[in-house]
Design a protein around this ligand. Structure first.
Ligand code: CMC
Length: 438
């Protein structure tokens, strides 16, 4: 594991004057980004805790995987800028980079690709697992359950401490998730499950299992393969986002990689996180279908604090500037549609919404910009995916990031079981009242 970032020494300290203080607190520097005040001994020394809902101001670990500068809109995997990675790498190469810390050599990449493609098949007993779901089941629910379910075939991976087993678990998950996703989709449309083809690349194989039918061996259009590859790269990691923090939290109890990743999928599904890509398309479609809805009325609703509606695909906990992934996707959406000689009225609505929001005082003041989910759905849709599959695609993309964080967390000597504190604001101590006296 690459630990360059986490080996930086403590460079200075601060004094906190609280209660019976003052207390000296170490400050840990970072390679890029903000330094962090080490409060680990604060509770024991000063008898106070820090209050930080959502951990928005708390670094839960030192990490060497991904760097984000939210104010300038910068995103780097293992130090490499996302723009360069998206232009030159394949998703499976990015998975290697995230997991092992370095770009693979040509020989390493070939070995990695063939290792993964050799394991894409699911145990045949998994067929009955998919059969048991109702057809209307949301594919995220199926993906989540199947991720837990496949761990039952690999008992050996339940001991997460040996490097060989960790590696094997990572490869198994990366190899099999597209098969699970495609089978969840086939189940939902009542078509036969397609088996993986080891001759195809990772992304082509997934598209083959999604769209092929028995007896037909049409190869997928390479431009569609390339477009999905770029989309998966852009989703591959995003440091301590909600689902990754969940993977780390679950893994911190020494739960196995499969259980931790399945929990991360649950977090990803929410509409404020990865579920936003489905919600964006539904929002754009609703504007399109409602003759009374306008760009202005949509923004008015988003700004109205009495209306739970938010402009989906806008805003971000970290970016106070344009999300670099959204910047790539905004022009990529146009390219993909042009290459496919298609148009999509939802792209026009999205562009109008973006222009109006970026010129609206409410969004400007709060520094709300399009995020990765704003344009991704339009491309997923152009590639033939139904909106219920969008968050599944996000999950396939995010999987290497989840695993890289899980590995980093399990091998970090600073890791402790994730166990935040609280400020108790309930009833003070009181006497129990017997049932007959209530
Ligand atoms: N529409 C309208 N107002 C918004 C929006 C939005 N999309 N996002 C934030 N705001 C307002 C919010 O109401 C608050 O206003 P005020 O200061 O008056 O109370 C202010 O902006 C700050 O927002 P916040 O809720 O404190 O910000 P947060 O960091 O807690 O939330 C967020 C971040 C992504 C959950 C939020 O921006 C949001 O709900 N966006 C829509 C859902 C979405 O697109 N999610 C995908 C996120 S990116 C990919 C991913 O993580 O998967």
């Amino acid at each position: 594991m690459d630990t360059k970032g986490s080996e930086r020494m403590i460079e200075r300290n601060v004094t906190l004057d609280v209660g019976s203080g003052p207390y000296e607190l170490d400050v840990h520097d970072s390679v890029m980004g903000l330094p962090g005040i080490d409060i680990r001994r604060l509770r024991a020394q000063a008898r106070v805790v820090t209050f930080d809902p959502g951990f928005a101001n708390t670094a839960v670990a030192k990490s060497s995987i991904t760097y984000i500068d939210g104010s300038t809109g910068e995103l780097r995997y293992r130090g490499y800028g996302i723009e360069e990675i998206a232009s030159h790498s394949s998703f499976i190469e990015v998975a290697y980079l995230l997991l092992y810390g370095e770009l693979p050599t040509a020989a390493e990449l070939t070995a990695w690709e063939s290792d993964i493609s050799a394991q894409t098949m699911l145990n045949e007993e998994m067929r009955s697992f998919f059969d048991a779901f109702p057809r209307r089941a949301h594919p995220m629910a199926v993906l989540n359950s199947a991720t837990s379910a496949i761990s039952t075939f690999y008992d050996v991976y339940r001991r997460p401490t040996r490097k060989r087993e960790i590696d094997a678990g990572a490869r198994t998950l990366i190899a099999k998730l597209p098969t699970i996703a495609a089978w969840a989709y086939k189940k939902s449309i009542g078509e036969p499950y397609m088996y993986p083809n080891p001759d195809y690349s990772y992304v082509e194989n997934f598209l083959h299992m999604m769209y092929a039918r028995p007896g037909r061996q049409d190869r997928v259009d390479p431009s569609i393969v390339k477009a999905l590859d770029v989309l998966l790269i852009l989703h591959a990691d995003h440091e301590m986002n909600c689902s990754t923090a969940t993977v780390r939290a679950v893994g911190s109890s020494r739960a196995n990689m499969f259980a931790s990743v399945a929990a991360g999928m649950g977090a990803l599904w929410g509409p404020l996180h990865g579920g936003a890509n489905q919600a964006v398309i539904e929002m754009l479609q609703a504007i399109h279908d409602d003759p009374d809805a306008t760009i202005e009325s949509t923004l008015r609703r988003a700004k109205d604090k009495n209306d739970p509606f938010r402009l989906m695909g806008f805003g971000h906990s970290v970016y106070t500037n344009y999300d670099p992934r959204a910047r790539i996707l905004a022009s990529f959406a146009e390219d993909v549609l042009a290459r496919m000689e298609r148009s999509d009225p939802l792209l026009d609505i999205a562009q109008e919404l973006e222009t109006a929001a970026l010129n609206d005082e409410y969004f400007v003041e709060r520094k709300l910009y399009p995020n990765v989910d704003f344009y991704s759905g339009i491309i997923f849709r152009a590639l033939g995916f139904p909106s219920r599959m969008f968050t599944v695609l996000f999950a396939i993309g995010r999987l290497p990031g989840w695993i890289a964080h899980w590995i980093e967390m399990t091998t970090d000597p600073d890791t402790r079981i994730m166990r935040p504190r609280q400020l108790y604001v309930g009833e003070p101590a009181r006497d129990y009242v017997l049932l007959e006296k209530r």
